[in-house]
Ligand binder design. Structure first.
Ligand SMILES: NC(=O)c1ccc[n+]([C@@H]2O[C@H](COP(=O)([O-])OP(=O)(O)OC[C@H]3O[C@@H](n4cnc5c(N)ncnc54)[C@H](OP(=O)(O)O)[C@@H]3O)[C@@H](O)[C@H]2O)c1
Length: 317
């Protein structure tokens, strides 16, 4: 009986693997629009798709990012200046894309741009800290998608949203997890809404990878900035050791978990764009597959216990 079930599982995996190897044809006609191409996953994906022969429209936040990307890619990659928090900028780029892609429409948009600071305990943050990050990580995703959705419907194309494992489980305070849970919700409703039009919607939920988002120097300096601006009564409630202990935990956790192979994420993005049968969700990274996602399915009493055991040192009460 056990061998029979094992055999069925093996056949299911082989069938799935075969189905997922098939790719779309005419890559040269399929424009892909990516946000946040200055660095990290977006930058690598833009270069990778350019090599594979897809025409790429790479949204860059800075002029430096645009210039550096242009130097290393062919002329089928077009860079555009894009700030996803500014609707004028988003609409200007959408108009450029409309004239570039013509009647064929846009094959795919990859909502990749994102930020990870400020992050910290909830009562260290202000509502403006929340609004600032939600503007990039969540409203930016929605605004960019809406700006090109009709062009994607025309091509029966793809929307690829970059969320995170922290769109599935929320072990630290601040707007990052809130924004990524929002991306998951937007992604799932869009996937259902667009099915009728032949548009496929995929969500990428990476674990920890080495990019600016996980730059420990940046995160630690920002924690120090947040602590320095706190009123004395909040500082007193946490105690003198808390900041140093938090910084120690950041170093410890990030060195344990962060993966340097960004291609694991980029390959999932590429599959979502180029496979005939893309998946609804991709979870690149061992920590995502074997720690964060299984933990997200467990009862809160178990996940809370694990997180509470690993908290920084508070003042004795
Ligand atoms: N690295 C990880 O472990 C990890 C894990 C899960 C999910 N993610 C997600 O993956 C995505 C890509 O991040 P990454 O890890 O590759 O980090 P990254 O290198 O910092 O990439 C983020 C990109 O977004 C750009 N950006 C920031 N604000 C923007 C704005 N207002 N408008 C347009 N672009 C803007 C950044 O430009 P500048 O560089 O010029 O600021 C940068 O190019 C993010 O959504 C992130 O949340 C990352």
């Amino acid at each position: 009986m056990f061998l029979y079930i094992l055999g069925l599982v093996a056949v299911w995996f082989i069938c799935r693997w075969y189905r997922e190897t098939k790719r779309v044809s005419n890559k040269g006609d399929k424009y892909v629009y990516i946000t946040g191409c200055d660095s990290g996953f977006g930058n690598l994906l833009a270069k990778h798709l350019n090599k594979l022969g897809f025409p790429v429209i790479a949204g860059c936040y800075t002029e430096k990012g645009e210039n550096e990307l242009k130097k290393t890619t062919s002329d089928t990659l077009t860079t555009v200046h894009l700030d996803v928090t500014d609707s004028d900028s988003v609409n200007r780029v959408a108009a450029q894309i409309k004239s570039l892609v013509g009647e064929k429409g846009l094959w795919a948009v990859v909502n990749n741009a994102g930020v990870a600071v400020p992050s910290g305990p909830t009562d260290w943050l202000t509502i403006d800290d929340y609004k600032g990050m939600l503007a990039v990580n969540l409203c930016g995703v929605i605004d960019v998608t809406l700006s090109v959705l009709q062009l994607i419907k025309k091509a029966k194309g793809r929307v690829v949203n970059v969320a995170s494992v922290f769109g599935r489980i929320s072990p630290f305070g601040g707007p990052y997890c809130v924004s990524k849970y929002g991306v998951e919700a937007f992604n799932d409703s869009l996937r259902i809404n667009m099915a009728h039009f032949g548009v496929k919607v995929a969500c990428i939920e990476p674990g920890f990878f080495r990019t600016n988002v996980t730059d420990t120097m940046l995160l630690k300096n920002d924690l120090k900035r947040l602590w320095a601006r706190l009123p004395q009564d909040i500082k007193d409630s946490y105690g003198d050791q808390y900041l140093a202990s938090t910084i120690e935990k950041v170093d410890e956790r990030f060195s344990q978990l962060t993966d340097g192979n960004l291609m694991k994420v980029v390959s999932c993005m590429e599959h979502a764009i180029s496979a005939l049968h893309p998946r609804a969700r991709y979870s690149p990274g061992w920590d995502a597959k074997f720690f964060w996602l299984p933990l997200s399915y467990m009862p809160s009493c178990i996940s809370d216990r694990i997180f509470l055991k690993n908290l920084p040192k508070y003042k004795e009460t």
